[in-house]
Design a protein around this ligand. Structure first.
Ligand code: C5P
Length: 408
């Protein structure tokens, strides 16, 4: 069970508001302290008294009623370790994106520094409206985490995307934030993950089999140690880790642009993405028609992002690369660590079944340019992410465990 956290559960005016009680119940069962704050319209769907009995705290709603002699919204913002808004209505999402503060819940969100997670629930047409999608994009860039709605029967009686996920699913999604320690507090970690897609034309691409699981596991592990995490990711099917700033890219050149922009403001960079080595020289703007002949497609080499970053590395920054090999030849790996300019290279054998690409398990070997070789073993990617971060920590700053080396 996670250590006890103070969770502020925000409830907004969606018909799913009554389901917040089940979320509160589950969080209480896990030992967390729940403070509910409901918007005025949420109270039309939500039984306030039941909420108070369930949580043992008043359910606050009005900015002015809640003052009670102190500055309640600041108090509530400061004492919360995570804010979960479930359900988040279209109106509330817009308010949050614009930074409006005309009620207690929106004001708390502006004053809070803890992670904010939203679980949108609304009719499908509203959810996919460009205005809401734009707001969600804005919020993602500000590290607000979305638990995407699910497909199912909606309040209108229609089937569609817009249902609030089950309390169990919501709990699973916020688990990393509930488990956070402060061992890596103040450390800024940049992780790349997933494959890159290189367009042939608007419908076809050249890609690779990377699932992104290893990179996402590293991002989650760094978050659970209290680090500020930025994830630059190629296309994957994995929900973005709660609390990370996430940039979604497709091509190697987009990944390069994002990594170079973010690298200077991070302390540790882990390049776990499977960057495509080649791209199509001249992708066509419209779909290439079948013509009964064989196609010749000219490929040109992509930039090596990792080598480019290592040339910009400042004192105190730490750079980790990955190597997906079909033959694990240690001297070659040491050579790769050296010529890529990394502090650590984590290598895995992708020819073995049950590990590597798209599997939940992996087998990692740590190699350094000075010739150190350490087997991290065969385990789940999440467990290996923990071991990898421990080893990174040991080599990066063995003498100053709570000090982030300054590089700016
Ligand atoms: O050369 P190789 O593909 O084996 O190197 C793997 C490492 O280099 C990984 O960390 C990967 O993210 C990175 N890489 C890169 N840019 C490329 C190819 C690989 O940064 N174009």
């Amino acid at each position: 069970m996670a250590s006890s956290k103070r969770v502020l559960l925000g409830i907004t005016g969606s018909i799913a508001a009554y389901r917040s009680l089940d979320i509160a119940r589950l969080l209480r069962q896990e030992g967390h302290d729940i403070q509910m704050v409901a918007t005025r319209s949420a109270l039309r769907f939500f039984p306030r008294l039941n909420g108070e009995v369930f949580t043992g705290h008043p359910v606050y709603s009005d900015l002015f009623d809640a003052m009670g002699g102190g500055v309640r919204h600041i108090e509530l913002a400061d004492k919360s370790q995570i804010i979960l808004i479930a359900p988040a209505s279209a109106d509330f999402i817009a308010k949050l994106a614009l930074g409006l503060a005309d009620d207690l819940l929106s004001t708390i969100c502006l004053a809070a520094t803890c992670p904010i997670v939203i679980a949108p629930a609304m009719e499908e047409k509203m959810y996919f409206h460009p205005a809401i999608q734009e707001h969600l994009k804005t919020l993602r860039a500000r590290r607000v985490q979305e638990i995407p709605p699910e497909k199912g029967p909606l309040a209108s009686g229609k089937e569609g995307v817009g249902r609030l996920p089950s309390p169990e699913r919501i709990l699973e999604a916020i688990q990393p934030s509930l488990n956070v320690s402060d061992a890596w507090s103040g450390i800024r970690v940049l992780v790349s993950a997933g494959p890159t897609y290189e367009p042939i034309d608007p419908v076809r691409f050249l890609g690779n089999r990377s699932s992104g699981k290893m990179g996402y596991a590293l991002a989650r592990e760094a978050l659970s140690r209290g680090a500020a995490v930025t994830l630059v990711t190629g296309p994957t099917n994995i929900p973005p880790p709660v609390g990370a700033r996430v940039f979604q890219i497709e091509t190697a050149r987009e990944m390069e642009e994002n990594m170079h922009r973010e690298f200077p403001s991070h302390d540790l960079c882990i390049m776990a993405a499977a960057v495509g080595d080649y791209r199509i020289s001249s992708p066509t703007i419209s779909k290439r028609k079948k013509d009964g002949k064989d196609w010749e497609i000219l490929l040109c080499e992509n930039p090596d992002i990792l080598s480019g970053l290592s040339q910009k590395k400042k004192k105190g920054q730490f750079l980790v690369g990955f190597a997906a090999e079909t033959e694990m030849e240690i001297p070659l790996l040491i050579g790769k660590a050296t010529h890529k300019g990394v502090d650590i290279l984590l290598a895995n054998d992708v020819s073995r079944s049950g590990i590597g690409f798209s599997s939940d398990n992996n087998d990692l070997t740590l190699v350094t340019p000075s010739g150190e070789v350490l087997a991290l073993g065969h385990d789940s990617k999440q467990v290996l992410a923990g071991r990898a971060l421990d080893e990174i920590w040991n080599r990066w700053k063995p003498t100053a465990p709570n000090q982030v080396p300054k590089h700016e």
